[in-house]
Design a protein around this ligand. Structure first.
Ligand SMILES: Nc1ncnc2c1ncn2[C@@H]1O[C@H](COP(=O)(O)OP(=O)(O)OP(=O)(O)O)[C@@H](O)[C@H]1O
Ligand SMILES: [Mg+2]
Length: 440
């Protein structure tokens, strides 16, 4: 752990401002205020505890010019309203216990892993501001960015991270596409944070990671959480990957100053539970691009037909992946004319974006598949009661409601409300896909 100590001149300044403050050396407020800086999310004044690393012993070491951990040193300086850089002893060598070359790095850690480079990014300012608020202002410990495949979760997470990176002491991006075993992921993250590789139990690895997230403000991004989901219920971890649920629970509820931003097509069940327990865990369902979607069509050089463009964007619900594919096809097959493509009344591009849906729909429970088929057959939005009456399965009411909420969790349902009643339907893309797969 990197340490700092005050110079003689620094000690004189510290003494002066401490006297001006008028609190005795033993006043608990020094430690409470420093704890508040180290771990702002806890109301320390209500507790009979102080944050890790700001004990009375550390405070006295600080006042007597001995080396203490950097985090505590900076926190005490902040409580004293002093610029830490003006009071440190620059000639000081780290004390023997602090000599750990792997951990001396105080520079910003930037490990983007295999994050994609997003060069073209159309306006998402509203949701961008909402998520920045959660990450930076509210200092959430866990933010889940959810939504259908291709809707733009990864692209938005990249842009959010690029923009907010200065607010963190480090950024680590990891994709879960290759479904790493939890122990591998944790070992990798810990090695990245401490440069020391350790092999021990999952529980010990989790505790080490949390300890690291407590010491430094890190933005950790885990992209594609749906890859480790696949239990019986929506949002449940795959068999063998249950430990990932514990990772979420620990990050969401343990004390630390970092943030995990995850992206997923499906809402992990732990996120819902954590959201009920703490304001520091939040999920956000990402909708399609609004008017900015026209820029995709423009960039593909389609013939300007504003009304038809609007219709096309509506059909694909502003999904940037689908719109990119469709716009290319319209350029190739309809000479860039959206009106001609719409006349053909075919769901262009559905085969090209099928990969987003195929595996997921096939792995649904039979009740969920039946619900999808009913909604696809009827085509019109319908109430829960109407949907229930069309179901042939002998499912109990609670199973039926469970199936419906499971589909919702998987971002496969579209909901609207009419006269105070919720109506359920499918996005045109999903409807066409389900029809082709099960009903054609
Ligand atoms: N705001 C945007 N402006 C321009 N292009 C975008 C935007 N958002 C996403 N895209 C593009 O749309 C495609 C799909 O986006 P992305 O990969 O982020 O979706 P996703 O929701 O992460 O999908 P998946 O669930 O498959 O991981 C990408 O090619 C991406 O660059
Ligand atoms: Mg993605």
């Amino acid at each position: 752990m990197a340490t700092l100590k005050a110079s003689n001149q620094g000690l004189a300044k510290i003494k002066q401002v401490r006297n001006e403050q008028g609190w005795t050396i033993d006043d608990p407020r020094w430690l409470i205020e420093a704890s508040q800086i180290v771990e702002p999310t806890i109301a320390w004044s209500d507790l009979e505890q102080v944050a890790d690393g700001v004990s009375e012993g550390t405070w006295k070491r600080f006042l007597s010019g001995k080396s203490i951990e950097t985090v505590a040193f900076k926190a005490f300086c902040q409580v004293l309203n002093l610029n830490w850089e003006e009071v440190i002893d620059r000639s000081a060598k780290p004390e023997p216990r602090a000599i750990n070359p792997s951990q001396q790095k105080t520079s910003v850690l930037l490990d983007w892993g295999d994050a994609p480079d997003i060069s073209v990014f159309y306006d998402r300012s509203e949701v961008f501001d909402t998520l920045t608020q959660l990450l930076v202002v509210d200092r959430c410990r866990l933010v889940a960015l959810l939504g259908m495949g291709g809707i733009g979760k990864t692209a938005l997470a990249v842009k959010l991270t690029e923009h907010n990176q200065p607010q963190f002491e480090g950024v680590i991006w990891r994709s879960l596409r290759s479904t790493p075993a939890l122990s591998d992921l944790l070992t990798n993250l810990i090695t990245c944070l401490t440069h020391v590789s350790i092999s021990t139990t999952i529980e010990a690895l989790l505790s080490t990671l949390i300890q690291q997230l407590r010491q430094r403000r890190i933005l950790l991004i885990l992209d594609g959480w749906e890859n480790i989901l696949g239990g019986d219920r929506a949002g449940q971890c795959k068999p063998g990957y249950e430990g990932y649920g514990e990772l979420l629970r620990r990050i969401g509820s343990d004390r630390h100053q970092s943030c995990l931003l995850l992206t997923s097509r499906e809402n992990p069940e732990e996120v819902t539970l954590l959201e009920d327990c703490t304001p520091l865990a939040k999920s956000h369902k990402l909708a399609g691009l609004g008017t900015a979607a026209t820029e995709i069509l423009q960039a593909k050089g389609l013939v300007l037909e504003p009304q038809h463009w609007h219709q096309l964007i509506q059909i694909y619900r502003g999904n940037p992946l689908a719109l990119n594919v469709v716009a290319t096809l319209i350029q190739e097959l309809f000479d860039g004319k959206v009106s001609e493509a719409l006349k053909a009344n075919t769901m262009l591009g559905i085969d090209q974006v099928n990969h987003v849906l195929t595996e997921r729909v096939r792995s649904l429970s039979s009740l969920e598949q039946q619900l999808l088929c009913c909604l696809a057959r009827d085509r019109n939005p319908m109430t829960r009661e109407a949907l229930r009456s069309r179901m042939s399965a002998q499912a109990s009411y609670s199973e039926f409601v469970g199936g419906l909420s499971s589909l919702d969790r998987r971002s496969l349902l579209e909901k609207s409300s009419e006269n105070g009643k919720i109506l359920f339907t499918l996005q045109p893309m999903v409807m066409r896909f389900v029809t082709k797969l099960f009903l054609a």
